[in-house]
Design a binder for this molecule. Structure first.
Ligand code: NAD
Length: 364
């Protein structure tokens, strides 16, 4: 039966990298049909919103989407398209695998053993948007409340951000991490937070993670404080497998781990919930190189690889990853950012690198 997948080309370099993905996936002759839905700055003028309802309807119908980067118009009162997608479709887990591919520049002396997955909670924490501006010269009920109820005397020029972390939100993200580990043959799960300082938010996350871990005796579980984890990841990244974190730490740590294996240009990602999954590269629309045939398609191709795994096309996923890894390792037809420093041979354009990957898929 034909499988329909929503494809959002996006803005800037988005159409160039989605074109490469379409060609690579076509090389597998799978029964996949793309439901192409434009979103972002591209449709703003015509539809007066960067995320038209038809895009959401398409994802609801198809269950799975592959998305290019989209720009959210700044200062025009629109919510971020990515935030809106996550909230509307309840995509509560951000999944960022982080694996080193030979040939990519890394500052780590032994990056070869790095193969971990960040599972970041996507809906709570300091990202919930519960914020209060500093306000002097008039009554500030929250500051008054904190003084009366908690005995905390804050200056009126203090801004406040609230950090909500619930047992339900923690339970489902940790369960997701363990289920992901089981499904993908991962060996361990480590929960990361700052439970020693924020006892009622991170402390609740830690307590819930421990409880959930008991339901998965086959997968060894550990816990680390986030500051220690930063050091561990720089010194011994090969020791870690699946990491599960609240929103803010997940955001920061996933960029750190992307940096370990070569940066955002090569990092894939997915936003997933119980009903829907949206796969996308972690970089933005790169307007400075848009339309110049310079963008590295790796992040988007590896996101497509995750999507193929998700829909059960595991053989195609494995072959796509192998083809991408081989082209990167050979370094003959790769974009400029993948070339070694001092390498004077010409870089390939985005389309030519895509062609090289299609050839590898066909070869084997
Ligand atoms: P960016 O990731 O687009 O670019 C940062 C720098 O990295 C640029 O110099 C760019 O040329 C380079 N770069 C990024 N991806 C690359 C690739 N694959 N190959 C080669 N070079 C690459 O970040 P930004 O400039 O902060 O954001 C630009 C726009 O993208 C903004 O409007 C932002 O809101 C949007 N954005 C969207 C998403 C998303 O949709 N998931 C994510 C991040 C940013």
């Amino acid at each position: 039966m034909t499988r329909t997948i929503t494809l959002i080309p996006g803005d800037g370099v988005g159409p160039e990298i989605t074109e490469v993905v379409k060609k690579c996936i076509a090389a597998f002759h799978l029964d996949i049909e793309w439901d192409i839905q434009q979103a972002g700055a591209t449709v703003m003028h015509e539809e007066n919103t960067p995320l038209p309802e038809r895009v959401l309807e398409s994802i609801r119908k198809n269950g799975v989407a592959l998305k290019g980067p989209v720009e959210t118009p700044i200062g025009k009162g629109f919510r971020s398209v990515n935030v809106q997608l996550r909230q509307t479709l309840d995509l509560y887990a951000s999944v960022r695998p982080c694996k080193y591919y030979e040939g990519i520049r890394s500052r780590i002396t032994n990056p070869y053993a790095i193969d971990l997955v960040i599972v970041r909670e996507n809906t709570e924490d300091l990202y919930a948007g519960i914020e209060f501006m500093e306000k002097c010269g008039e009554d500030n009920p929250l500051i008054r409340f904190l003084k009366e109820q908690k005995g905390v005397d804050l200056e009126c020029d203090t801004g406040l951000s609230i950090k909500p972390i619930s047992a339900r939100g923690s339970e489902r993200i940790v369960r997701f991490a363990f289920e992901y580990a089981r499904r993908h043959g991962r060996k361990t799960v480590c929960a990361v937070d700052k439970a020693n300082i924020m006892k009622y938010s991170d402390g609740l996350f830690m307590k819930t993670a421990e409880e959930v871990s008991r339901r998965y005796p086959d997968i060894p579980y550990s816990h680390k404080l986030v500051d220690n984890m930063c050091m561990q990841l720089v010194q011994f990244p090969e020791k870690y497998d699946v990491l599960v974190l609240p929103n803010l730490y997940g955001d920061i740590i996933s960029d750190l781990t992307a940096g370990l294996v070569g940066g955002l240009g090569v990092a894939p990602g997915a936003n997933m919930g119980d009903g829907f999954a949206v796969f996308e590269a972690t970089h933005g629309s790169a307007p400075d190189i848009a339309g110049k045939d310079m963008v590295n398609p790796t992040g988007m191709l590896l996101s497509a690889m995750l999507m193929l795994q998700h829909i059960g096309e595991t053989d195609a996923a494995r072959r796509l990853e192998y083809a991408v890894a081989t082209v990167i390792r050979e370094k003959k037809r790769v974009t400029a950012d993948l070339k070694n420093e001092g390498d004077r041979t010409p870089a390939a354009g985005t389309a030519a690198m895509g062609e090289a990957i299609v050839e590898k898929i066909r070869e084997g």
